[in-house]
Design a binder for this molecule. Structure first.
Ligand code: SF4
Length: 180
């Protein structure tokens, strides 16, 4: 049986967390506005909604995964009380992030390393696809030139979209709004 190394396990952690949340988030059927304070919302009304949001999180089966992903994403701010994630307010998340700074820094590095490897692999795939023969599939079957061109364009389009998605996320994290 193939076992993952600790490094491989760290690299897949973010995807595992996101999949768990996608599958089990209790807030998937709740009002998304419940979890975020609106601009200029008075503290008194936000407090009531924040308590309700935390109640939803309390019974959520993926609460731990949600909190970990929020911390990895850098959600929360000690000076701004405007959100709830993983059962914690934004200020509580910021405090938890500070308390777990070393562990989170290692986790974020692993996440970014995963992105770097994925970018490199996708770029190689695009290059291979663009330089490959158009009319022959890997299994040896032949396609008409038009069909082959269409399939190649679709595949290159999908790969390029994923590359752009990763680049946009990386740029956004470093303060840039659009991908290079
Ligand atoms: S812990 Fe709260 S915010 Fe996170 S997925 Fe569950 S309900 Fe949603």
């Amino acid at each position: 049986m193939h076992r993952m190394t600790p490094t491989q396990a760290r690299h897949t952690r973010r995807a595992v967390l996101q999949s768990a949340i996608d599958a089990g988030a209790r807030c998937a059927t709740a009002d998304p506005d419940l979890f975020f304070r609106t601009d200029a919302e008075p503290q008194i009304t936000w407090q009531a909604r924040r308590a309700e949001a935390i109640r939803v999180c309390t019974g959520c089966p993926v609460r731990a995964a949600c909190e970990e992903l929020a911390l990895r994403n850098g959600d929360g701010n000690t000076r701004v009380d405007d959100m709830v994630r993983g059962g914690l307010s934004g200020t509580q998340l910021a405090v938890a992030r500070t308390a777990q700074a070393d562990r989170l820094a290692a986790a974020v590095d692993a996440d970014r390393d995963t992105e770097r490897r994925e970018l490199r692999d996708l770029t190689v795939l695009v290059q291979n696809e663009v330089t490959s023969g158009l009319d022959k599939r890997q299994d040896g079957t032949r396609l008409s030139p038009a069909r082959a061109q269409t399939e190649q364009n679709q595949l290159v389009g999908l790969l390029t979209a994923r590359i752009n998605e990763i680049r946009t996320a990386r740029r956004a994290r470093t303060g840039w709004g659009v991908a290079a």
